[in-house]
Design a protein around this ligand. Structure first.
Ligand SMILES: Nc1ncnc2c1ncn2[C@@H]1O[C@H](COP(=O)(O)OP(=O)(O)O)[C@@H](O)[C@H]1O
Ligand SMILES: N[C@@H](CCOP(=O)(O)O)C(=O)O
Length: 302
């Protein structure tokens, strides 16, 4: 069987929803399963740091889900920039689950995929929207995964993506071990109001709290000096809100539907050394975009 798995990029946190909220975006990782081979072989152009054998995250995940899976050759096409805060590692994990599901004929449900991926990642904010599409609010506590999947309210989204890397592990290392009770109550209240307003499509309320995160942005801002400048210019131009995408360094700006193009031009002027790109909400999530069984594949080759 030959098939291609497509998995979208994601943005996690949306400001106050640290480790809990995420949104699927219109950049994609495609993994084509070419056929059986003697050893695992991953063809890609992602650089020498990304393994091409069974140590590759996609294969590692597939073997975690189905340890006796026979080796295959995979071909990767990826327009999700790595280590930028757009969920490339989560997409690779989800692709691995989809590969195992198809090759092992496991018939996993979406819920089972979300559970497996969230336990691997320890937080569902990237993997759940990568699997389900659109907007997900979720949690993993002691291997229990709970989530709500919902439509994100209409808006335009601009991503400001530096050409420099910031590994998620590095960006998590600057976070504190604990926070005072009073701050935790404020952080929770802010996230609660944000999620309630997003679920109701109430941007007026959402925009008041989106930039009020207490959990992570205050600690990470020193690693992403462009966040404040982008936020200020976006606000001057009427945007709803600006947040760090995942662990950064990408910054996302949410603005009114139809206003993205002009805001993109303004932001490109102040972020000349970065990629400024308008993205859509990806509604569908991970899927098989192309599949032919062995017989059809032999017929194609004749
Ligand atoms: N397509 C891929 N194939 C294999 N490994 C990948 C792939 N995409 C990402 N990764 C792994 O994930 C790492 C990036 O993860 P991380 O630091 O969490 O950043 P991101 O915000 O992009 O998820 C890469 O350095 C690489 O090890
Ligand atoms: N909640 C996590 C999300 C990391 O997302 P990524 O796209 O940067 O991998 C965090 O903020 O650390």
């Amino acid at each position: 069987m030959m098939f291609t798995v497509r998995v979208p990029a994601t943005t996690a946190n949306l400001g106050p929803g640290f480790d809990s909220m995420g949104l699927a975006l219109s950049l994609y990782l495609d993994v084509e399963v070419i056929g059986p081979s003697e050893v695992w072989n991953v063809i890609h152009d992602l650089g020498d740091d990304i393994p091409q054998d069974e140590r590759n995250l996609i294969v590692e995940t597939a073997l975690y889900v189905h340890p006796s899976l026979p080796p295959h050759t995979l071909k990767v096409r990826n327009d999700i920039p790595l280590t930028r805060g757009l969920g490339s590692s989560a997409s690779a994990i989800v692709a691995g689950i989809e590969v195992a599901n198809m090759l092992g004929n496991l018939l996993l449900s979406k819920e089972e995929k979300v559970k497996i991926a969230s336990i691997i990642e320890q937080h569902p904010d990237n993997v759940a929207p990568a699997i389900l599409g659109d907007f997900v609010v979720g949690m993993v506590v002691e291997a229990k995964v709970r989530y709500i999947h919902h439509t994100f309210p209409p808006c335009d989204i601009i991503a400001v993506i530096p050409y420099t890397e910031l590994k998620t592990t590095e960006s998590r290392n600057v976070l504190p071990e604990a926070m005072p009770y009073k701050d935790a109550v404020k952080a929770s209240a802010t996230a609660n109001v944000l999620v309630a307003s997003l679920l109701l499509g109430d941007w007026d309320t959402a925009k008041g709290v989106m930039e009020e995160d207490v959990f992570h942005e205050p600690y990470r801002s020193k690693l992403v000096p462009h966040l404040e400048k982008v936020r200020q210019v976006a606000k001057e131009n009427g945007a709803y809100g600006t947040v760090l995408s995942g662990a950064g360094p990408c910054v996302l700006v949410f603005t009114g539907a139809g206003e993205g193009e002009s805001l993109q031009q303004v932001l490109q002027k102040i972020a000349e050394d970065m990629l400024v790109q308008q993205l859509e909400v990806e509604k569908e999530g991970a899927r098989i975009i192309h599949c032919i069984n062995q017989r059809e594949s032999e017929e194609v080759q004749q």
